[in-house]
Design a protein around this ligand. Structure first.
Ligand code: NAD
Length: 339
């Protein structure tokens, strides 16, 4: 069993912990919190040992009924690998801790590529992550872009990608962030950081991205144009998407045409936390004009990177060398079949 620690049990960390705990080849040896909170109480209920970043807060955890298993350093001693789920920027500061403990570490997309020197997407570069000590799983938006671009590139070749990201303002539980009534250019300059971030995984892709933030919490929406190298019909493109285990098609028969309805659908399907782990490509939007492919895709920011973290763990530990095998193991353990 691969012993996994989660440092930073927040939006991403708690989902990664649950995903690890159902894998046959992995176990959670601990999660960390900075303060007693609802999430920490849930960690206790799920049987995850809780470690804390600042031992001077031990009393406040114990007062809240949360047994403290030790410090983050203690947790790292027990782990083969740590998934850093701390807020963007904090993760980089933890690197010295991981180096000192001699533990493998995965960072999230809020950190720069340089923190690990290698950015990961399971379908794109799993094999290059095998045996590495440090890996960064790219952000939710970059993950969604990489999946569809890589699939189209493998099938038809990609000349160039132009994409607009309409980003959610904050995660649903985040009460202190906006905008409440504005469309914010993110940033006003072009390109946004997403295109260059895709290039950390797929360096040969010609991509320009633009981004805006809107008053929504449930998902991001991407409007994407991909110029293909080869002629392809709409059915050819849809067949590639249907055959992909992390691309889902939102069928026209559902009448869904918004992120909110898609989230409700996924909730009704019984997915844990109503998580959409796959890209939600709106089938009706998939259209070709000559060699230009157009589509809309919904990206659930809290969820799509979770399965990628699991594959990154497997690649770095080196037990499974075939990407498709790992992806299948991850999906099956989570009872995840793409829409
Ligand atoms: P979050 O704020 O929900 O959770 C962060 C957790 O880390 C909190 O529980 C916090 O208490 C804990 N923490 C803070 N400082 C710590 C420290 N020094 N040691 C241990 N724990 C500490 O953040 P999040 O949204 O889960 O984001 C985590 C990372 O994932 C960021 O890099 C972010 O950019 C990336 N990411 C977030 C999303 C998203 O939409 N939420 C999507 C993809 C990637």
């Amino acid at each position: 069993m691969i012993k996994v620690a989660v440092n930073g049990y927040g939006t991403i960390g708690k989902r990664v912990a649950d995903a690890v705990s159902v894998q046959k080849d992995m176990e959670i040896i601990g999660v960390s919190k900075t303060r007693p909170s609802a999430e920490a109480l849930v960690a206790v209920q799920r049987g995850y040992p809780v470690y804390i970043a600042d031992m001077s807060k031990k009393g406040s955890f114990e007062k809240a009924g949360i047994p403290v298993a030790g410090s983050v350093e203690d947790m790292l001693k027990k782990a083969d690998i740590v998934v850093d789920g701390t807020p963007g920027g904090v993760g980089a500061a933890n690197k010295a801790l991981y180096e000192k403990a001699g533990v493998k570490a995965i960072w999230q997309g809020g950190e720069d590529h340089e923190v690990a020197g290698f950015s990961f997407n399971a379908h794109a570069n799993y094999k290059d992550a095998i045996g590495r000590q440090f890996v960064r799983v790219v952000s939710c938006n970059t993950t969604g872009l990489c999946r569809v671009i890589k699939a189209m590139d493998d099938a038809f070749g990609v000349n160039k990608v132009r994409a607009v990201m309409v980003r959610r303002g904050a995660d649903p539980h985040v009460v202190k962030k906006g905008p409440i009534d504005a469309i914010v250019l993110d940033p006003p300059t072009i390109p946004s950081h997403h295109g260059p971030d895709v290039n950390t995984v797929l360096p040969h892709i010609d991509i320009v991205t633009l981004a805006m933030i809107v008053p929504a919490t449930q998902m991001h929406m991407h409007a994407i144009t991909i110029e293909l190298k080869k002629e392809a019909g709409r059915d050819d493109v849809l067949a590639v998407m249907k055959g992909h285990n992390r691309i889902g098609l939102v069928k026209p028969e559902t009448s869904i045409r918004s992120s909110a309805e898609l989230k409700e659908y996924v909730m009704d399907l019984g997915r844990p936390r109503a998580d959409l782990w796959e890209n939600g490509i709106f089938e009706a939007s998939v259209n070709l004009v000559g060699k230009e492919l157009f589509l809309f895709q919904a990206i659930h920011q809290e969820a799509d990177v979770v399965v990628e973290n699991i594959d990154a763990i497997r690649a770095m530990m080196g037990e499974v060398s075939d990407p498709e095998t790992s992806i299948r193991m991850t999906n099956e353990a989570m009872q995840f079949t793409a829409l």
